[in-house]
Design a protein around this ligand. Sequence first.
Ligand code: NDP
Ligand code: 2IT
Length: 444
Amino acid sequence: MNAKNVIENLKKRFPNEPEYLQAVEEVLESIEEVYNQHPEFEKANLIERLCIPDRIFTFRVSWVDDKGNVQVNMAYRVQHNMAIGPYKGGIRFHSSVNPSILKFLAFEQTFKNALTTLPMGGGKGGSDFHPRGKSSGEVMRFCQAYLLELHRHIGPHTDVPAGDIGVGGREVAYMFGMYKKLTHEFTGTFTGKGIEFGGSLIRPEATGYGNIYFLLNMLATRNIDIKGKKCLISGSGNVAQYTCEKLIELGAIPVTLSDSNGYIYDPEGITREKLEYVMDLKTVQRGRIKEYADKYNCKYVEGGRVWAEKGDIALPSATQNELNGDDAKTLMANGCIAVSEGANMPSTPEAIEIFLKNKILYGPGKAANAGGVATSGLEMSQNAIGLSWSREEVDARLKGIMNNIHENCVKYGTEKDGFVNYVKGANIAGFMKIAKAMMAQGIV
Ligand code: NDP
Ligand code: 2IT
């Protein structure tokens, strides 16, 4: 395989899908050498079969808003790869959702899920429905309308959706309710469910907690203590909130949060009490992060990015390509020692190049944020055996999985000078597992 040729070919076939091509390019570059040590892979054209999704469902969703107007949205489910388990991955509701974004997410998910050690393939879905400003009734009717079509394509052994941007506990519950009604069956087809109806303890916390468990592993390789470290977090949704919670618990000092309007900088640190305010603001009041600055009298920068501030550790937890080459340079100039990605593909290729060149601790999303889907996998296991595990049990398993992912990254990503390239490590470890499964299963 010549990675450049494969990418050129994909660019011709999918010219309007920049995010998808970006995600594929990063992986191909890092697995090229290992791939070429296995001529049997090339003979089976493993690479094209792994890059192109198994199938994509695209459909219209019609629903009625509070004023009685009929609204129409585009909706999708990308079923990327099923070699090691049923399709698994979140659903995103955001105005920017399009096939390119969902294809990149489903591709990344396939590798991430392989890293978790649990039997899950990769998928992703969503819609350009934008929940902001919508009433709960409107969100419910949209979720139900989306499920009227989606239910045909999912199932506990086929495809198991969960949350992502714009989809949290409320939306998963509405979708699960409609799925149950349509199929007349109570199955673990969604994860991120409420605790009363088959959800798992720690699932809401898992992506943020898992990212910090991964970060702790990275810091340990250089004997660095997290205590007292200033942390820059972007976003203020599910992942950002529980990242912040774990940091506070460990004595680190989170100083920023953001949303799509701007960011807050609280030099005294976001405390437990202030975080509780953010959780209520974002998940109950559904307000803007600016209100934090008004309440606690700190700096708010409209339209800015948190990377402009000085911090030891950066935790991008909002969205793709939210940290570019210039931001990376600023972080380096300000003495940042580690970047651990809660979001999917938040750093641009230019930013990644700068992190690797500076040999900082850089944990790419598909390794660092795998705790969310891993705990979804634990939810599936609990549903399958009809039991619910305690908080401690799920948290211990999550920790174990994150430690294991870190170990695998070190195994496959350590370079001659001892530097751990976690991008390479994560991509090769994920790839080898899927490749072996696909080779064993023949040309399908
Ligand atoms: P939420 O919807 O809970 O929060 C998203 C946050 O990011 C909000 O603060 C939102 O601001 C901000 N944001 C979203 N889009 C943009 C944008 N285009 N520009 C600037 N800010 C933006 O989502 P999650 O916390 O669940 O997801 C955050 C990231 O983590 C995503 O990349 C997701 O794919 C990834 N992830 C999530 C997992 C999960 O379990 N939930 C698991 C693994 C990864 P605003 O309110 O203004 O839109
Ligand atoms: O990107 C992700 O890993 C998620 N949004 C979570 C997916 C899941 O199935 O829990």
